[in-house]
Design a protein around this ligand. Structure first.
Ligand SMILES: [Zn+2]
Length: 250
């Protein structure tokens, strides 16, 4: 299970897990932004990272409380940010440059429906998490990766929209990803009130071809990072193709 720490260094989060003042939160590992890993709890012991949670796993089992059936992987990350002038900062007031801008699929923590800033995850941190997850998959036969925001959707936002879960699952499991990677085949819907730019390529540097109205149906063709190549559907028929950012489709 993937988390963000909502904090500063991995060492500070690991210290908090071990602090006598901590009411009982912990996780097996915390991964620093540079990819270094701190183990806090042995893999053969439960950690207290999931809290009140439930999940129907890919085999159809309904699991209530996931601490005893999952590892907690915490990524050092400030999570959702607050606006500060023209930029963004952590809840502690630390400026965060170039945040990922996105809307949480379960709704933003502040209730807004517009993109807000989230600290992005450095590639070194992701690669380290992938290597760790692969080792856990091999050693323990784990076959599913979830976010804290999957199993406690009404009260948790981690790892949040800056964490590319579909790509992470692919890197760990291979092309198929795991159970609910529906973007490979399922249709998508534009999910932004003011409409969404259809672009000529996978990035904001590519020209806007047309503004897609909220609710427009899309058929995904391929993925590149957080961008998805789509056919735009009208009455179920493709009428245009281009690229959209994954944060604005559901
Ligand atoms: Zn969490």
């Amino acid at each position: 299970m993937m988390h963000f720490t909502y904090g500063g260094t991995a060492a500070s989060s690991a210290a908090w897990f071990n602090s006598p003042d901590n009411p009982g939160s912990s996780a097996q590992v915390v991964i620093e932004r540079d990819g270094s890993i701190i183990q806090c709890v042995s893999f053969d012991r439960p950690a207290w990272h999931a809290g009140t949670s439930e999940w129907r796993d890919r085999h159809g089992n309904h699991i209530v409380g996931l601490n005893r059936s999952s590892f907690g992987i915490e990524l050092a990350n400030w999570g959702f940010l607050k606006r500060a002038g023209s930029g963004w900062q952590s809840y502690t007031g630390r400026p965060i440059a170039d945040p990922f801008m996105g809307v949480h699929r379960n709704g933003n923590p502040d209730g807004s429906t517009q993109p807000i800033g989230w600290e992005d995850y450095p590639e070194a941190q992701i690669r380290s998490a992938v290597a760790l997850a692969r080792a856990a998959v091999d050693a323990y036969g784990i076959d599913e990766i979830v976010g804290h925001d999957d199993i406690a959707p009404t009260r948790k936002w981690d790892p949040g929209p800056a964490f590319d879960m579909a790509r992470f699952r692919e890197l760990v499991f291979g092309d198929a990803g795991n159970a609910d990677d529906s973007t490979a085949t399922g249709e998508l819907t534009v999910n932004v009130a003011e409409g969404l730019n259809l672009r000529a390529g996978p990035g904001t540097q590519f020209a806007v071809m047309v503004l897609l109205a909220n609710g427009t149906r899309l058929r995904p063709l391929e993925r590149q990072g957080r961008w998805i190549s789509v056919s735009v559907l009208q009455n179920g028929q493709p009428v245009n193709t281009g690229w959209v950012h994954e944060a604005y489709v559901a």
